[in-house]
Design a protein around this ligand. Structure first.
Ligand SMILES: [Zn+2]
Ligand SMILES: [Zn+2]
Length: 190
């Protein structure tokens, strides 16, 4: 399996670096590791479909993408496996690296913007390469339910026996000894 970030690299070499130029692409990224959260994620070996549009702008490349994938997880109440459809759009500006900007105007602009560059928010081109990992991971995580349910009405499991309520008779019950008193049981007869 390739390193995770490598599969998210997109080579934009055939996009002319003139503001206003635009290209569209469609492809699948097979993810080498989980993309998602603990309870639900796109699993390793699964595909994330990407409809990508690249537009040359003065300061870099504007990336717009529609991503689609299926995440696998389990219902937090009954633990049944479930699938979740992800459909989400992304839009990010990838700036030219200041020293690799192609025209004088781009270099000037890049230098000016370097000063108030916010490392956390700005995405940079790496030569012709656009690394889509961060926006795709973020978009998938934002799309996923934090508490996935097989059904909004899911009744979950009986705490006494762990069976699904949906499969138990309505009058199902346990004669439970209150756990606070259970420890005193052996003493009760003395
Ligand atoms: Zn459930
Ligand atoms: Zn039970």
């Amino acid at each position: 399996m390739p390193r995770s970030s490598q599969v998210f690299q997109f080579n934009s070499h055939d996009l002319p670096r003139r503001a206003g130029e635009m290209k569209e692409y469609a492809f699948d990224i097979t993810v080498p590791d989980r993309v998602g959260i603990d309870v639900i994620a796109v699993l390793p070996g699964e595909d994330i479909h990407v409809d990508l549009r690249l537009e040359s702008v003065t300061e870099g490349v504007l990336v717009s993408a529609q991503i689609g994938a299926i995440a696998d997880g389990e219902c937090i109440r009954c633990l049944d496996p479930l699938e979740f459809d992800i459909n989400r759009s992304i839009q990010e500006l990838y700036r030219y690296e200041p020293e690799k900007a192609h025209t004088k105007a781009q270099r000037k602009r890049a230098r000016e913007e370097e000063d108030d560059l916010d490392e956390d928010e700005d995405l940079m081109m790496d030569g012709d390469f656009i690394n889509l990992e961060i926006p795709i991971r973020d978009a998938v995580i934002l799309a996923l339910p934090i508490n996935p349910l097989c059904d909004l009405e899911c009744q979950g499991l009986c705490s006494g026996c762990g069976q699904k309520w949906a499969q138990l008779p309505e009058d199902h019950a346990h004669d439970l000894i209150d756990p606070r008193w259970a420890g005193l049981g052996p003493l009760a007869g003395q």
